[in-house]
Design a protein around this ligand. Sequence first.
Ligand SMILES: Cc1ncc(COP(=O)(O)O)c(C=O)c1O
Length: 485
Amino acid sequence: MKKNKNREVKLPFKETKNIVANALKKYVNKSKKDNEVVLKQNSPEKIAEMLNASSIFENGFSNTKELNNFISTYLENTNHLKNPRYMGHQVAVPHDLSGIPDWIHGTINNPSSLYEMGPAGATLEAFMINWMLSQLGWFRGKSLYDFKKLQNNGSGILTHGGSIANMTALSAARSNIAPESWDKGNPKDLVVIGPSTSHYSIVRALSIMGMGKDSFIPVPVDKNEVIITSELENVYTKIKNEGKRVMAVVANACATSTGLFDPIEEMASFCKKNSLWFHVDGAHGAVALLSPVHKLKVKGIEDADSIIWDAHKMLRVPSLCTAVLFKKQEHMWNSFHQKGSYVFHENEVIGMDSMPFTIECTKSALGTKLFWSFALEGLDSIVDFIENSFKQTKDLYNYLNKLEDFYCPYEPESNILCFQYKPHKFNDQKQLKLRYELINSGSFYITSCIINQKRYLRVVMMNPLSKKADYRALAHSIKKIAAKI
Ligand SMILES: Cc1ncc(COP(=O)(O)O)c(C=O)c1O
């Protein structure tokens, strides 16, 4: 292998930066046109070949031309979330300039879990956590600059994603009910209860924590997969009679497949009455808190003991960035350290470390990404984005619901909508085939899910540019494909 001694010369900073910026600008402009392809499907072998991956891997970029080709090929082989006909997963369609913090972080590499390794990033994380706590009424500081340990304050940290955040909250719940488990292992009588439609990361966390997946006791849900609160009582009575203890009760705010909210307030008062830890999985829907119009959907959330909230879903942050928040700060301190130790260096060192409270040791500057999302256009525009995406979904629902051939099982409560095309004629396999044909055509990107054992097509309206003409085109494309299968 030839040694490359002049790497800086081959990729001069200014020219490289311009190449990348121009390619991204072109990409953004093109992606926003609804007549462009959303997702072009190529095999991994073909993509690797087109990227010239082996040669570049071995020798590095030989010149800026090669870099240019690489970037344009790379961008071409992406899912174009900025296309108004991207209506797929719960992944943010970020602002065009949202990538800047990732660029800064990639250049300076200051992990934010140790204050001295990244004071600015750690500060913005603490600042954003203070803001999130304040939305829940869990912040006791006078200003968001109050980073000291405050009496009766809540606490929180940012993690790389909701799955890790759910595990962090469950670990804290276990420390609360069985503090000895950290040293001695799990007592055999602990269970977690929640809707049978809880996100799979809950059960996965319990398995990883050594409690086994059977320690999750599902509570029956209604036809739209919302928890039946009266069943909560029945399940709890049965568990108690079996001599088991409830480590946590979990609620969906909102459910991944349907976007519907569990009755948080009722569940919160059930937990209060029975002195049970209440965990709200608000990965997608905790943002309803920010909207005066939609706040009622999460009424009672402030009575939870722990909450997770994905910023890379509805706060427009590029993946990944999730907050895990605790009403009582002690609960976070105890999650991984049984002696209740916490690392607020009051005298010796300036600042605060989040490392003792995370599953992850090294963490990227997540707070900076989150802060940036607000810094680009301000808080109001994020609230507008949330309200608009909920409205887009309602508009699409109203439109499809009027068409004879489409069936929507429920009125959407968030920006997730499920529907079927001619459910009496098209079985589960055919609904799925409709999706594959549609995304293979490149004209739309939508997802699919199972509700109550039936297959549905599913959209998540994340793109502010999606409009009524796109809804009409969606229905039209589905009809056209259906006529052929
Ligand atoms: C309700 C819920 N919880 C947890 C998660 C997991 O979040 P992440 O993908 O950030 O790990 C999701 C993801 O869609 C979700 O919808």
